[in-house]
Design a protein around this ligand. Sequence first.
Ligand code: AMP
Length: 351
Amino acid sequence: MFFFRLFFCCCRQGNSGEETWTTRKETNKTIENTSGKGRSNLQKETESRGSTKIVTTPTRTTVSPVTIFPTRELLERNREKAQAHTNSEKEWEDVKFLGVGVFGYVRLLRNVKTEEFLAFKEVKCKPTTFPSEELIESIIHSQLDHENVIRLFFWRKVGQTLFMYLEYANGGSLGDLKEALAEHDALRYFEQLREGVDFLHSRGVVHRDIKPDNLLLTEDEVLKIADLGLCSIFVWRGVEVPQRGFVGTQNYMAPEIFTGRSYRGPPVDMWACGVVLFNMLTAGLPWRRAISNDNNYVLWVHRKKKIFSRKLWNTIEGLSSLSLLKRLLAVDPSERDSNWLQLPRQENTHQ
Ligand code: AMP
């Protein structure tokens, strides 16, 4: 029974006012094509072109998937951290409210002795399954340790409520930005997003809800991928498994999700990264809505030649950004995937 929950997704609604589509039913049918072309190739070719360092790298490493099982080791490690927090509970003060998701709120905690901060997220678990989807999300998230992914330090479950103790990002989110970013800044954030997404994929995790509201920032302008509530595992015993269902936030969902058939995991995140990049460059979207009666969307998805029908495209001046967008928003997921591996890398200036 537990295996059928492997490709779970949590039924949640986004809090951005946009429609978030989710489904519960998933399948564990495997596909033959693991599409692992070039993934183990870590060879880096670094070129210096003038002052800009470009690194052309097939970036994805061999997938070493996280476990979704609450192993003794994971639970023990979590228990120790949760216990240490409980022991120092009096040192933590509740500073302020940070935001609210569909299943609970997020608050900021500060340690009066050490000046450390924690984001404290409360989630009401659905009582229907054991372990609950929220607990599996925590088990997956606690194994993801990367600079561009919000860390989950530990969790506590009390009755039907799950308390998550997360790394605090103190600079808002990309969703708060009201104006277009300069190309240089957009590409810098994009590079960090790509690092984070690459890392998730290297651990066999597909996020499925990449969008500006889920991309938090620190005051040092480091981008952190947050909210793994819709994430899914796409590798099982070394074999890539398909995803199913309408999952994500509509305007960031890749066209194959709308077909009703199964689809590959990673290219769905790559498409969403393309929409996020467009959003950073223009403060808008390539179409009003990803829906069949939106002319811009239909032209993009159903015409082979890319038509920059929306005026916003004209505001993107950089040819490299335009070409990047065309490659990320390739309608054919396999094209998107191979493009992703060949994207030139910008040096990450925050490091
Ligand atoms: P979520 O339930 O994850 O969608 O979070 C709701 C809101 O809380 C987000 O839109 C953020 O504004 C805020 N938030 C969530 N996690 C964090 C965090 N780790 N650091 C800072 N703010 C956060």
